[in-house]
Design a protein around this ligand. Structure first.
Ligand code: NAP
Length: 298
């Protein structure tokens, strides 16, 4: 299986995104010069899809800090904004913890636009499902956001397949994307039908923590170790890093998940571009899956 690096449209839109995204969960706290370097490195690597959230920065220095820093980068170099498909998220507000009421989300989107110093967010995602909001009400809020032009497309993150179905029933705008955790260290979207559902409805899949949030360098379980070893076999044979093997393993799934590269290190971001060199045989791909499962398939 060859990995395609071609751009593709976000579901239901003409917004063209790259096969990898770059994430800003760990972005806040950088200097402005460092932030510029990271953004430009991602772009030079062919990554034109950026994922942030209003809450990124909460663990230091503050809620909104990652969006503010990207806004400062845009302010210094406005031409960068048009080179990026910008995704953000909202709906988590500690200690509540989740709020998808229209009043809260409308303000959250306005606040994100202000911090990002932009007039539109290309993909706006509900960060986590709010159990206390009816999907019909959430759909109405999302449709209104699209109609206002403040967001161009809408998606969800950490929703179950049933929660996605419930929202889709009420939403007039196409649901563009889903963002589950997915990697050789977290297989749930394969097991719970989420990737099958994405293929059924052509949802764009964004895979968060594609290296298990760094567990690739320090696995915390025997199954994690086994997955790294299975990735290493392929990486060594094809002359790429284990991280590149992991990104390509994710992209080899037929739902064409887009790994969100989380590294804030220039060399490692560049290295992600080598993931397209990897060719997976069916046997090697399944070996990684089975290693992580810790038991063979039936
Ligand atoms: P990740 O790529 O799984 O982990 C990145 C972390 O691993 C960085 O701290 C990185 O350190 C470290 N790392 C260790 N070894 C590495 C190696 N060999 N190569 C590259 N990095 C290595 O991704 P993540 O940061 O956890 O998540 C990625 C993105 O997913 C986030 O930025 C965010 O956009 C999104 N996300 C979404 C949710 C959600 O609920 N929707 C949750 C979490 C994350 P260095 O920086 O030093 O390279």
């Amino acid at each position: 299986m060859k990995i395609s690096n071609s751009m593709r449209a976000l579901n239901g839109s003409n917004i063209m995104v790259s096969s990898m995204a770059w994430g800003m969960w760990r972005f806040a706290g950088q200097s402005l010069a460092g932030a510029h370097e990271l953004v430009e490195t991602a772009l030079e690597t062919g990554i034109k899809f950026f994922d942030t959230a209003d809450i990124y920065g909460l663990d230091g220095p503050r809620f909104g800090a990652a969006e503010e820093l990207l806004g400062a980068v845009f302010s210094q170099k406005p031409e960068l904004r048009d080179q990026i498909v910008l995704a953000s998220k909202g709906g988590i507000m500690p200690p509540v913890p989740y709020d998808s009421s229209s009043r809260y989300l409308e303000k959250a989107i306005d606040d994100s636009l202000r911090r990002l110093r932009t007039d539109r967010i290309d993909l706006w995602q509900v960060h986590r499902p709010d159990i206390l909001t009816h999907p019909a009400d959430l759909a109405a809020t999302l449709d209104k956001a699209v109609a206002s032009g403040k967001v161009r497309a809408v998606g969800v993150s950490n929703f179950t397949p049933v929660q996605i179905d419930a929202l889709r029933i009420y939403l007039n705008a196409p649901l563009a994307s889903t963002q589950p955790e997915f990697s050789p260290f977290h297989l749930k979207p394969i097991e719970d039908g989420q990737l099958d559902q994405a293929m059924q409805h052509q949802l764009t899949v964004m895979a968060w923590s594609p290296l298990g949030g760094g567990r690739i360098s320090s696995p915390d379980s025997e199954r994690g170790n086994a997955a790294v070893e299975a990735l290493r076999q392929v990486a060594d044979a094809q002359g790429v890093s284990i991280a590149a093997a992991a990104y390509s393993w994710i992209m080899a799934h037929p739902a064409r998940p887009i790994p969100i590269i989380g590294s804030q290190n220039v060399e490692r971001i560049r290295d992600a571009g080598t993931a397209y060199q990897v060719t997976w045989t069916r046997e090697d791909w399944y070996k990684v899956l089975v290693a992580r499962r810790g038991e063979s398939l039936p």
